[in-house]
Design a protein. Structure first.
Length: 203
C-alpha cells in the first residue's frame, strides 16, 4: 500500500473548525499550537476572511482548491507562529522534552514518526497513523498527556493547547521531502536550546 494520498481511494474527512483529512496509513504533516500563541485581533480577521473564502469555495474541493486553502490560511498562521507570540512555554527544554517523549512513546505501535520540531509556541510533525488509529484520537492523547505534565511542572492550570490544528495529507515523495525540509528549516533563526528538532534518519 502506498504511503501517500491516493485520489482514487476513500478519504476520511472531518472537521472541528478546520477541515481535516486522513486516508488509511498515509503520511500527514501536522501543525498545532499553544492556546496563547496568536493575537486575538489577527485571529478574528483571519476567521472572517476564511469564512468568506469558504462561502465562495464550498466542499468538496479538488486538489488545487485544497492546496490554495492551505497556502492562503495555514501558511499565514505558520508565519505568525514563527514570530513568537505568547508565553512560549515550549522553549523551556524540560517542557519540549515532555512533548518529544509523548511523540516517541507509541512510535512504531500506533504511528510511525518521520520528523518533528517543537518550537517555542507550536509543533510541526510528519508522521503516519498505523492500523485503525485516527488522527483526532492520536492528537487528543498527545495534548492531554503533555498538557497535564507541563501544567504540573509550571505550577499552572487551564488550557495549554489551542483546540484546533492544521494538517495535510502528503501527496508524493516530493511533498514528503518538502515537509522534511520545512521542519528542519523552521527553527534555523532560533537560539540553541529553545527548540527540539528530530528526524528518523538521525537514529
Amino acid at each position: 500500500m502506498s504511503s501517500f494520498l491516493n485520489p482514487d481511494e476513500a478519504i476520511d474527512k472531518h472537521r472541528h473548525n478546520l477541515p481535516h483529512w486522513q486516508q488509511a496509513d498515509n503520511w500527514i504533516f501536522l501543525t498545532y499550537r499553544l492556546a496563547d500563541s496568536l493575537p486575538e485581533a489577527k485571529l478574528t480577521a483571519w476567521r472572517e476572511e476564511r469564512a468568506t473564502w469558504l462561502t465562495l469555495h464550498p466542499e468538496p474541493w479538488d486538489d488545487a482548491t485544497e492546496a490554495a486553502y492551505h497556502e492562503r490560511f495555514a501558511e499565514r498562521i505558520n508565519h505568525w507562529l514563527d514570530q513568537g507570540h505568547g508565553s512560549c512555554l515550549l522553549k523551556i527544554p524540560a517542557n519540549s522534552e515532555i512533548v518529544a517523549n509523548a511523540f516517541h512513546h507509541f512510535d512504531g505501535d500506533r504511528y510511525q514518526l518521520a520528523s518533528y520540531v517543537v518550537m517555542p509556541n507550536h509543533v510541526h510533525l510528519l508522521f503516519r497513523p498505523l492500523g485503525e488509529n485516527r488522527l483526532p484520537d492520536l492528537l487528543h492523547t498527545w495534548k492531554r498527556f503533555t498538557s497535564r505534565e507541563i501544567n504540573k511542572r509550571e505550577g499552572r492550570s487551564g488550557t495549554l493547547w489551542q483546540a484546533d490544528y492544521w494538517d495535510r495529507l502528503i501527496r508524493s515523495q516530493e511533498h514528503f521531502d518538502w515537509a522534511l525540509r520545512y521542519i528542519a528549516k523552521n527553527p534555523e533563526n532560533l537560539p540553541p536550546g529553545t527548540f527540539r528538532l528530530w528526524a528518523a534518519q538521525q537514529e
